[in-house]
Design a protein around this ligand. Structure first.
Ligand code: G4P
Length: 527
């Protein structure tokens, strides 16, 4: 049965689906936990952290996760707050992140960029930011650890603009920092929030006329009140004004200061964020834009997770709903397979707990039991064969030659290689020439480890990986490709669809090749 248009509209309007992007240790786990506490999704502080630690002992996730003590895959957390249905897409925070992390970002409608006040914009944040920025989604910034001595707030804003190329608008401003931290001034509401200890209930909020209000002097002392007035005067004159349209287009990031571990500024952030963050947006497809309140159900698979339970060898395909209402047991078109399938055991996630879901709406993520019929990027839809155009391949940065140890296992090896590349685990390239080598490309070293592990455990094949010096891949579009031009610090290979790809050892080699071949197009992603 089709949903009533009003019901669908209301449900879409409630949804906020976002990802937190940050460098490891910036405080993502801590912030996520505080948000879940506000949403009542968890009741005890420390449970998300405890899950992170207890995962070794209790979870049935991949063995490699236990060995490394990290989250290989991203999960989804859901909670309700102030009438909104919030979905947080978790992205692995470890340095060894993978293409999965990038793909997960395509399922988000906005992103929260978490920055450590002392460390500023770090490497992993830059990469994740760029993926979000390319999609033009709104990005909100939370500058964390204000209870520690950090960089000057103006320097941080300047760094965000210089390194990431996005303008910023501070929504609040710190009153002191580190040991001197006293509170923040909310520029939108003209009020001060004073921080009075570890317990968030001890935050005192006082309405002020503006930042010259004597209340501030009374509460924070002369030195901090003067500093605040001086900073905010400067911001009023030289800073960007708040412009909702620019925020929506991802051209301006609203910035919030706070301290996640002390629960300071988190609630204000959450409330502002939920008001400003967009509801699920229309998605591009072969049929044009698909609006979320289109009655017909549709969605696409952005991630496949194998071996959530090794005993059952099951796989879970994560589907982002793009339009219509999902109902358990419904039949939908598996577009690539040209087949109708029944969605009978869908799951929804809270951290690592899984519940069977009866209904879900655009913006929600559901986990589908996958007996091996899904691939990353597959579209499912009710009534038509639309294909969503959401998942680019990301340019790998680490490349290893792969060989099989036991030649008798060649058949299983090829099967494993084929299936795991279909799944998006790694990208495969083949060298051209009399001796064909297979080269695997990834964005994170961890993908190699998981690949090796799965080859051994699922296909019974021991492989060897030899790291190559290449660091960049560019897809080549030209009338004729001259392989002899790719001999120094580079090589020419073919991707799994037969496209020509040049691998380069460094940026210099890549730039030189581009200059020497002005008629050739070098693309960062497969055409
Ligand atoms: P991540 O998921 O981004 O990797 O970071 P996580 O939340 O695990 O936080 C990394 C460290 O930073 C943790 O300390 C955490 O307590 C601390 N942290 C988070 N927010 C704040 C903050 O606002 N102020 C301060 N001072 N520290 C913060 P840890 O020592 O690694 O772990 P733990 O001893 O707290 O468990």
């Amino acid at each position: 049965m089709s949903p009533k248009p009003d019901e669908l509209r209301q449900e879409v309007a409630k949804r906020r689906t976002f990802a937190i992007i940050s460098h490891p240790d910036a405080g993502k786990t801590t912030l996520t936990e505080k948000l879940l506490l506000y949403g009542g999704a968890i009741h005890i502080a420390g449970s998300v952290k405890a899950r992170k630690a207890a995962r070794h002992a209790t979870s049935d996730w991949m063995e490699i996760e236990k060995q490394r003590g990290i989250s290989v895959t991203s999960s989804v957390m859901q909670f309700q707050y102030a009438g909104k249905q919030v979905n947080i897409l978790d992205t692995p925070g470890h340095q060894d992140f993978s293409e999965d992390t990038y793909r997960t970002l395509t399922a988000a409608d906005s992103a929260v960029m978490l920055i450590d006040v002392a460390k500023g914009v770090e490497a992993q944040t830059i990469k994740l930011f760029q993926v979000c920025s390319k999609r033009g989604i709104p990005i909100f910034t939370f500058i964390n650890k204000l209870d520690r001595e950090g960089q000057n707030p103006f320097e941080l804003l300047e760094e965000i603009e210089r390194v990431l190329g996005i303008r910023s608008v501070p929504m609040n401003w710190p009153i002191g920092m580190g040991r001197e931290l006293c509170g923040v001034y909310d520029r939108m509401k003209n009020q001060v929030e004073l921080f009075q200890g570890k317990d968030h209930s001890a935050i005192e909020v006082r309405k002020t006329d503006d930042y010259h209000d004597p209340i501030i002097r009374e509460m924070a002392g002369d030195h901090l009140a003067d500093q605040l007035a001086q900073d905010l005067e400067l911001l009023d004159v030289a800073g960007d004004p708040f412009d909702y349209d620019k925020v929506r287009k991802g051209e301006l990031t609203p910035v919030f200061f706070g301290s996640a571990v002390n629960n300071f500024g988190v609630q204000t952030f959450l409330e502002n964020f939920l008001q400003l963050a967009p509801e699920p947006a229309p998605r591009k497809s072969t049929d044009g834009l698909v609006a979320p309140d289109d009655e017909k159900f549709s969605g696409y698979i952005f991630k496949i997770q194998a071996n959530m339970n090794p005993a059952h060898r099951d796989r879970i395909a994560f589907l982002r709903i793009c339009s219509g209402k999902f109902q358990r047991g419904m039949s939908v078109r598996h577009v690539r397979a040209h087949k109708d399938i029944k969605l009978s055991q869908p799951q929804q996630f809270l951290a690592q707990d899984r519940d069977i879901v009866e209904t879900a709406y655009p913006g929600d993520i559901i986990g589908l039991f996958d007996p091996g019929i899904f691939r990353i990027g597959d579209s499912l839809s009710e009534g038509s064969e639309i294909i969503f155009d959401e998942l680019p391949t990301f340019s790998p940065e680490i490349f290893s030659k792969v060989t099989v140890k036991n030649a008798l296992k060649q058949k299983q090896y090829l099967k494993g290689l084929d299936q795991l590349t279909e799944e998006g685990m790694v990208q495969v390239f083949r060298t051209v020439g009399p001796f064909e080598d297979t080269i695997l490309g990834v964005v994170g070293q961890l993908q190699f480890e998981v690949f090796e592990y799965r080859m051994r455990n699922e296909y019974g094949v021991e492989i060897q990986l030899f790291r190559t010096p290449f660091q960049f891949a560019r897809w080549i579009v030209a009338d004729k490709v001259d392989a002899s031009k790719f001999r120094i610090n580079s090589t020419l290979v073919k991707d799994k669809n037969g496209n020509d790809v040049a691998l380069f050892e460094n940026e210099y080699a890549m730039r030189t090749a581009m200059e020497r071949m002005p008629d050739v197009k070098f693309l960062e992603m497969a055409p």
